[in-house]
Design a protein around this ligand. Sequence first.
Ligand code: URA
Length: 179
Amino acid sequence: MLADEMRACTRCVELASTRTQVVVGSGPTGARLVIVGEAPGAREDETGVPFVGRSGQLLDRLLEEAGTSRDVVAVINTVKCRPPGNRVPSKVETANCRPWTTRQLGEMTPALVVPLGLSATTWFLGRTTLGAVRGRVHEVDGQRVLPTFHPAAALRGGPNGEAMTRLREDLALAVRLVS
Ligand code: URA
């Protein structure tokens, strides 16, 4: 099984030796909507579930506001192991993990993928800025992709900040598009 193969991965020597566990992803295999973050944080590394910390709580709330729930949405990260100290994953680490994410998406065949933040967006669209691409559907190799802000950016900007407003709008659009 793909998940078992991922759990045994040691391609990144540092991440494999410092992780508590590989955070494969959550949600049903047949989910129409797949949300993609950057890499697990401390809580995710502890629990093995993506987006369970503060960002995850915001994500859950905004999905509920949009009329859906985490139970029907799949959530994965471009990098499956926590970088020590929550540093940004290196290019090599992201490249090492890329085939896993590609295989996950190949198995899930979602109607829409929502990358959260610039790092996950770049994974799909290549070098860009979030401002240039967010809030619109892009087609990449036959996959529909709707980039938006990372919940951590929305939290940093406060409850009335631009990132929060856009993240809320974009998730609502994503849920409408798959309903
Ligand atoms: N941020 C991410 O990008 N992914 C997680 O799983 C948690 C926080």
